[in-house]
Design a protein around this ligand. Structure first.
Ligand code: ATP
Ligand code: MG
Length: 409
C-alpha cells in the first residue's frame, strides 16, 4: 500500500488531488489510499474555494455525488476551470450515469472501491484530455485537411472456427507492441457469439448494445467510456453479452461506431462472424485492409473460393484483401500453390498449427504475450507487418515452415 501510495503522487508530478464526499467511510478509505497526503472536502463549495486557491488538477467525487444535481455542480466547476479533471466514484456504473457525467464534462466514472490503478488511469485520461485540448487550440493550418484517420482492418473467414478471433486478438496485440496499445482498438462484430473479451480475459461493463442505444450524441468521451480496457492498455468494443441482443444493433450503428473509433485510434481491428451478410459486407467496405483467414482444410478453401467469387462479382477491390493461411503445417496438408490457384490469389502470410494456441485461448492470454518466441507468435508478427506495409514480410521475418513442407513431400 505504501509503495502504491508513493506511485500515485509520483505519477501526478506534484499536481494536486482533492477528494470530495460527505461519507466518512469513503473519506477514510481515500485518506488511507493516499497515506493522508490528499486533502478531503465535504461540500462542493469547499472544493470550489480550494480549486481557486491552490493548484488542484483532479477532483475525486465520492459515491454520494452519483446524482444529476451533484454532476451539474461539478459541470459548473469544470466550466470555470476547463483544465480540471473530475472523476466520479460510484458503486455501480450505469449508462445513464455515465452519460450525465460526460455531458457535464467529467473525465470518467469509476467503480468503487477506489484503487491506485484506477486513480492512475484517471490521471492518464486527464493527460490525454489535455493533449487533445492543446491540439484543439493550435492555430489551424492554412489548408488544414481532415484529421488523420486510423486504419480499419476487418478480419474475416468463409468458414467458422478458422481462427479469426485468434488472428484478430494476436495481430491487435502485436500492433500494440509496435506502436502503443493505447492506439489500438478492437471491435467484436461477431454480434451473437463474439468471444474477444473471453479470450483476452476481460469483463466488459458496456458493449456494442450500449453504443447503439446511445448513438445519438455518442461523442468521443462517451464512446471511450464504453470501451473495455485490456491489461495491456488496448481497448475493445465488446460484443453483446447475449446472442438475443444482437438484434438491437443495426449495421448503421456499427458503421458509425467504427467511423468514430477510426478518428480516435491508429488501428481499428474488427473481428467478425463467418456469415457473408449485410453486416460483413459493410465492414469489408469500410475496411482499409481485409485479413482473409483460410484454414488448411478443403471445406475452408472451398468456402473461401466461393466467398472471393462473390466479392469479385460485387466488384470489391481485390487489392484490399490479404489472404493468410492458418494451420499451415496441419496434417491434412494441402499444397499452397494449389490453394493459390484455386483462390486466384496469393497467400501473403502463414501461421502454423500449435497446441499453444488453444492453451492460450483457455488461459485468456494471446500467444504473442504468453509465448512470444513461438513460431505461431512469429507468424502473427508477420501478419501484423503485412497489415502495416501491405507487402509480405521478408523471408527472414516469417516463421517459415518451408522445411517442414519439403519433409512432407
Ligand atoms: N494456428 C492454430 N493452431 C492451433 N489451434 C488453432 C490455431 N488457430 C486457431 N486455433 C484454434 O481453433 C479454434 C477456433 O479459433 P477461433 O475461435 O479463432 O476461430 P474463429 O474463426 O474466430 O471461430 P468462430 O467462427 O466460431 O468465431 C480455437 O479453439 C483456437 O484455439
Ligand atoms: Mg471468432
Amino acid at each position: 500500500m505504501k509503495e502504491n501510495g508513493r506511485l500515485v503522487t509520483d505519477a501526478l508530478d506534484g499536481r494536486g488531488i482533492v477528494v470530495l464526499d460527505d461519507d466518512d467511510l469513503f473519506l477514510n478509505e481515500a485518506k488511507e489510499l493516499f497515506e493522508g497526503r490528499v486533502p478531503t472536502d465535504r461540500t462542493m463549495s469547499d472544493v470550489e474555494r480550494r480549486v481557486e486557491d491552490s493548484e488542484i488538477d483532479l477532483v475525486i467525487l465520492g459515491p454520494s455525488h452519483a446524482h444529476e444535481e451533484a454532476l451539474t455542480q461539478a459541470g459548473e466547476l469544470i466550466a470555470a476551470d476547463p483544465e480540471l479533471g473530475v472523476v466520479l466514484v460510484t458503486e455501480t456504473v450505469t449508462a445513464p450515469l455515465l452519460k450525465a457525467a460526460l455531458r457535464n464534462g467529467l473525465t470518467d466514472v469509476i467503480e468503487a472501491p477506489l484503487t491506485v490503478e484506477k486513480v492512475e488511469e484517471a490521471i492518464g485520461q486527464i493527460d490525454r484530455l489535455q493533449r487533445r485540448r492543446a491540439a484543439g487550440t493550435m492555430p489551424p493550418e492554412p489548408y488544414a485537411t481532415e484529421p488523420e484517420l486510423g486504419t480499419v482492418i476487418t478480419v474475416m473467414s468463409a468458414k467458422g472456427g478458422s481462427g479469426k478471433t485468434v488472428f484478430a486478438t494476436n495481430v491487435a496485440m502485436v500492433l500494440g507492441k509496435m506502436y502503443s496499445p493505447e492506439e489500438i482498438v478492437m471491435v467484436d462484430a461477431d454480434l451473437q457469439f463474439g468471444d474477444v473479451c473471453l479470450v483476452m480475459q476481460m469483463e466488459p461493463k458496456f458493449t456494442m448494445v450500449n453504443a447503439a442505444q446511445e448513438l445519438h450524441g455518442l461523442d468521443e468521451p462517451m464512446l471511450d467510456s464504453l470501451l473495455t480496457k485490456h491489461s495491456s492498455g488496448m481497448r475493445v468494443m465488446a460484443a453483446p453479452l447475449e446472442p438475443a441482443f444482437a438484434d438491437e444493433i443495426s449495421t448503421a450503428a456499427i458503421t458509425e461506431v467504427v467511423e468514430k473509433l477510426r478518428a480516435m485510434f491508429r488501428y481499428v481491428v474488427i473481428d467478425t462472424a463467418s456469415m457473408l451478410d449485410e453486416l460483413l459486407l459493410t465492414l469489408l467496405e469500410r475496411a482499409d485492409k481485409v485479413l482473409f483467414i483460410v484454414d488448411m482444410d478443403l471445406p475452408s478453401v472451398k468456402n473461401a473460393k466461393l466467398a472471393l467469387e462473390t466479392l469479385r462479382l460485387l466488384k470489391f477491390p481485390a487489392s484490399k484483401i490479404q489472404i493468410v493461411l492458418n494451420r499451415s503445417n496441419s496434417r491434412a496438408r494441402l499444397d499452397e500453390k494449389e490453394i493459390e490457384r484455386s483462390l486466384k490469389m496469393k497467400i501473403m502470410a502463414t501461421v502454423p498449427s500449435d497446441g499453444i494456441v488453444p492453451a492460450s485461448v483457455n488461459e485468456g492470454r494471446p500467444v504473442v504475450e504468453s509465448a512470444p518466441k513461438s513460431k505461431v507468435a512469429k507468424g502473427f508478427e508477420s501478419v501484423a507487418k503485412l497489415v502495416i506495409s501491405g507487402k509480405p514480410p521478408k523471408k527472414s521475418d516469417t516463421s517459415s515452415d518451408k522445411p517442414a513442407k519439403r519433409r512432407w513431400l
